[in-house]
Design a binder for this molecule. Structure first.
Ligand code: HEM
Length: 518
């Protein structure tokens, strides 16, 4: 009773009261999200934007101000202000064992700068880019080999049994999982092989122990992604006392322990491999190796300058790997499924894209894709950006201000939480011409884009460090796929099957028919 009275006292005396759905104690606006929109965060934000306009407030475990206009973002992304914190401190981070670790939810500025610097140096380097292109070719060949076995070589029986239909979204999640694990840790995972094996009949050539391991890793990752938000957005009382939330929280902690153990083994093994490699031999370019050798004598830029230039501990490396793996799996996969969907619904765009792809490869369906090809595939890149603009996969992302500031015409106290409604920003008609039109050509006009109006990868200091890698994966895969295959949606009339949680929108299923292009 006291809690409820206190909650509503604070609510009715809050600074700058704004319109928004009425909150409930302990659960904030979750009842509305679940009762009205079946848990769909994007639909909830669409509703709030239409009903309340450019600025409204919502509640999870605390109050957040949601901004929907491009000009409201200036204070967050300019170098002058540097509001760098994403979420306020919360007990959940400690329970998950990630307080002050990694980068995504790290609220310790010094530690975040240290980790972010390591990660950026590792994955924005030219050698890492080469490695990403190389792995794209290798893993795409593997993906094709499974499709060939499943779909293309056994035509008659498969067509009879309707097996030429594949769930593209599911294949992509396994593909991006194998890709990110290889690029970040240097280790192979066999998520695609495991998925292939579920179809019965022929099995993949990889040893079954390795495949089973990958299945466990993939399942643990899935549980972590689902369960993570319970630790940020749900109050400790619900998480610890209500069985529904407690079960998810326990499962998430179990997956976290499992993941940490796996990563610890990989890190120790790599440290030993590096130690056993003579100085004149080169080392691989995965993120793990780069993080281990940074600020050691194996680092080509090594200078000894005290604490700031210290090397990384295993627990820091683990947290960074986990951040990268979680962020690098589902987002890239979902956006590519949306790309396939939009291409199928826009024949003119498809025609132009095929012309670009055919021009680049000149009829050669076998040669690997190169870095130059990637830079020349400007229309494919435009398609990715336009799909991400009209159909963002992160419906909102957050900042918490570390000093009092005037934002959107109101003065806000330190510690206020904000969210940016990505879809509203991407459709702000003061900044986008015909915002509702799907038009990749707009991206071909140089410098047309206004500052902060496109926030697919966020903005400011905390902008996504994986953006280049994501674009390489997306653009190269589009080119490799459409160079060889005709991909048609099974049901062109149905809307895309996607679900949106508290932050991410993911494609659940995309049934396509795939056959070789003439
Ligand atoms: C299409 C794919 C991707 C999209 C749309 C995406 C989008 C985003 C967004 C919107 C943010 C928040 C930025 C902000 O708060 O300003 C973010 C952060 C982040 N992303 Fe990505 N991302 C993608 C792929 C990746 C990949 C492949 C990686 C792998 C390394 C990655 C790693 C991260 C990390 C570590 C952060 C946290 C950065 C920080 O807090 O300093 N992302 N991403």
């Amino acid at each position: 009773m006291i809690y409820v009275m206190n909650f509503y006292y604070k609510y009715f005396t809050r600074v700058n009261p704004l319109p928004g759905p009425f909150p409930f104690p302990l659960v904030g606006n979750f009842p509305q999200i679940y009762w009205w929109f079946n848990g769909d965060g994007q639909m909830f934000h669409n509703y709030c934007y239409e009903k309340y306009g450019d600025i409204y407030e919502i509640y999870d475990h605390s109050r957040s101000i949601v901004l929907c206009r491009v000009d409201y973002l200036e204070n967050f992304f300019s170098n002058k202000n540097m509001h760098w914190m994403r979420f306020p401190n919360c007990k959940g981070l400690k329970e998950l064992g990630i307080e002050g670790k990694g980068i995504v939810v790290n609220n310790n500025y010094k530690s975040w700068v240290f980790n972010r610097h390591f990660i950026s140096q590792a994955i924005l380097s030219p050698k890492f880019t080469d490695e990403a292109i190389d792995q794209t070719n290798k893993l795409f060949n593997e993906l094709e080999s499974y499709w060939n076995k499943l779909v293309l070589f056994h035509k008659e029986e498969i067509i009879k049994e309707n097996k030429n239909i594949i769930d593209f979204a599911e294949w992509l999640k396994h593909y991006t999982n194998d890709m990110i694990i290889k690029l970040l840790t240097g280790e192979r995972s066999y998520s695609m092989a495991a998925y292939f094996n579920t179809f019965g009949g022929e099995k993949s050539d990889y040893p079954s122990v390795e495949i089973e391991d990958s299945v466990k890793l993939f399942q643990a990752l899935h549980k972590l992604i689902i369960g993570y938000s319970i630790f940020f957005f749900i109050t400790p009382f619900l998480r610890n006392c209500i069985p529904f939330f407690k079960n998810i929280a326990d499962d998430t902690l179990k997956s976290m322990r499992f993941f940490n153990q796996k990563l610890e083994v990989i890190i120790k093994k790599r440290r030993k491999e590096i130690k056993d490699t003579s100085l004149d031999e080169s080392l691989p370019h995965d993120m793990l190796t780069s993080m281990i050798i940074k600020n050691t004598f194996r680092d080509v830029n090594y200078i000894e300058v005290g604490e700031a230039a210290r090397s990384m501990t295993n627990s820091e490396i683990r947290a960074n790997l986990l951040d990268g793996i979680i962020n690098g799996t589902y987002k890239t996969a979902s956006i590519l499924s949306f790309v396939i969907y939009y291409i199928a619904h826009n024949p003119d765009v498809k025609k132009k894209m095929l012309e670009e792809v055919d021009y680049i490869f000149q009829g050669d369906k076998m040669r690997p894709i190169t870095k130059d090809d990637f830079y020349n595939l400007s229309y494919c890149e435009a398609i990715v950006k336009e799909v991400a603009r009209v159909c963002p996969i992160t419906h909102s992302f957050a900042r918490c201000i570390d000093k009092s500031e005037e934002i959107a015409g109101y003065q806000w106290p330190v510690g206020t939480s904000f969210r940016f409604n990505v879809r509203a920003i991407h459709h702000d008609d003061d900044y986008w011409e015909e915002p509702n039109k799907f038009n990749p050509d707009r991206w071909l006009v140089e410098n047309f884009e206004t500052k902060n109006s496109f926030i697919m990868f966020g903005g400011g200091l905390r902008m996504c460090p994986g953006r280049k890698l994501a674009m390489i994966e997306l653009v190269c895969l589009i080119a490799l796929l459409f160079r060889t295959y005709e991909i048609n949606l099974i049901d062109t009339n149905s809307p895309i099957k996607a679900t949106s949680d508290i932050i991410i929108i993911s494609c659940d299923e995309l049934l396509v028919e795939i056959k070789p292009r003439n």
